[in-house]
Design a protein around this ligand. Structure first.
Ligand SMILES: C[S@@+](CC[C@H](N)C(=O)[O-])C[C@H]1O[C@@H](n2cnc3c(N)ncnc32)[C@H](O)[C@@H]1O
Length: 315
């Protein structure tokens, strides 16, 4: 029980690590090898003093965050070399693991940090405070917390809109290269493709890079299109329930899970009205193999979606 009660500490400590750039510092300053808390503190101070003029870093706090995250496999602990065998406290260095490598920027540009910054954001954490009220009142949890639905909130809060869109684009970059390859023959046979609710256009841009004959149209709400600057695709403001531009195929990636069944049907009908032979491509996460790990992550997603979206059935 206590492990569960204190679990909320984990993503928040991880968020501190990401905001302090710890994975990047270890990756770039340690030349692939581990660094002590003092060495990491030195690099944080150097970066901060040039950007903000503040070079203070509390090594004690930093060490405790590193040690905590290491206990969950985020960092690898390694005893510093050349310490006396009878030293009371062994000095420890911290290196990257498979988990923290996923939080490093640059290289393949796949840091999952933006996803963490969304999930550990106060806007979502605040919504979770109202989960029990949804049970008692049958109300939309996000709306109960913020007085409006997620899409309206995003349209009115530019900072959170940016965090949300970056998290979506991050997930997209991590899966789309394989989708573009796996569906190669399908993409070869189309000349125009509309990505409905395509966010900043990341998915489409990966597809048109692989299949340069495709004219890609990224359709999303005005506040999202206002932040979409990716080149090589056309960005179009619009409401998918009202009009989806004509094309050989329509893609919906991580869209249908946001809506109740009736709304999914409405959207699919809008997508197919102008296409007698066109395709509708649905890209979504599913937990087909029913393994325990898959079921556990599926249930985490399910509760998160229940809090942020207004539909009541589990999928
Ligand atoms: C979960 S995000 C997925 C974004 C993108 N497809 C991806 O996979 O990264 C859902 C997207 O649907 C967009 N959206 C929500 N309601 C919409 C509407 N009525 N018309 C068009 N887009 C909408 C949101 O703005 C958001 O970008």
């Amino acid at each position: 029980l206590y492990e569960m009660i204190f679990s909320a500490v984990k993503p928040l400590a991880l968020k501190a690590a990401v905001l302090l750039n710890l994975p990047d510092i270890i990756a770039t300053r340690g030349n692939g090898g581990p660094l002590s808390a003092e060495q990491i503190a030195f690099h944080i101070a150097a970066a901060n003093s040039s950007s903000t003029g503040n070079s203070h870093v509390d090594v004690g706090y930093l060490y405790r965050i590193l040690r905590f995250l290491a206990s969950y496999g985020v960092f690898a602990e390694q005893e510093e070399a050349d310490q006396p065998d009878d030293a009371e406290t062994k000095k420890i260095k911290f290196g990257l693991t498979g988990i923290s490598k996923l939080l490093v920027h640059g290289g393949n540009g796949q840091s999952r940090g933006p996803v963490l910054l969304l999930i550990a954001n106060n806007v979502l954490l605040e919504a979770f405070q109202h989960l029990h009220e949804s049970v008692l009142e049958g109300c939309y949890t996000f709306n109960k917390a913020h007085g409006m639905d997620l899409w309206e909130y995003l349209a009115n809060n530019l900072e959170f809109n940016k965090i949300f869109n970056e998290a979506m684009a991050t997930n997209t970059r991590s899966v789309m290269a394989s989708v573009a390859k796996m569906y190669e023959d399908g993409f070869k046979s189309m000349a125009t493709l509309v990505d409905v609710g395509g966010g900043m256009g990341s998915a489409l841009s990966i597809i048109v890079k692989e299949h340069s004959h495709i004219r890609g149209i990224n359709l999303d709400l005005p506040h999202v299109i206002a932040t979409a600057s990716i080149t090589g695709v056309e960005h179009m403001e619009g409401n998918m329930f009202e009009h989806i531009p004509s094309a050989d195929a329509v893609m919906m990636k991580w869209i249908l899970h946001d809506w109740a069944d009736e709304e999914c049907v409405n959207c699919r009908e809008e997508a197919t009205t102008q296409r007698s032979e066109g395709k509708v491509l649905v890209v979504s996460s599913c937990c087909g193999d029913k393994s325990e790990a898959c079921r556990a992550i599926g249930l985490l997603y399910d509760i998160s979606m229940m809090v942020t979206h207004w539909w009541k059935n589990e999928r």
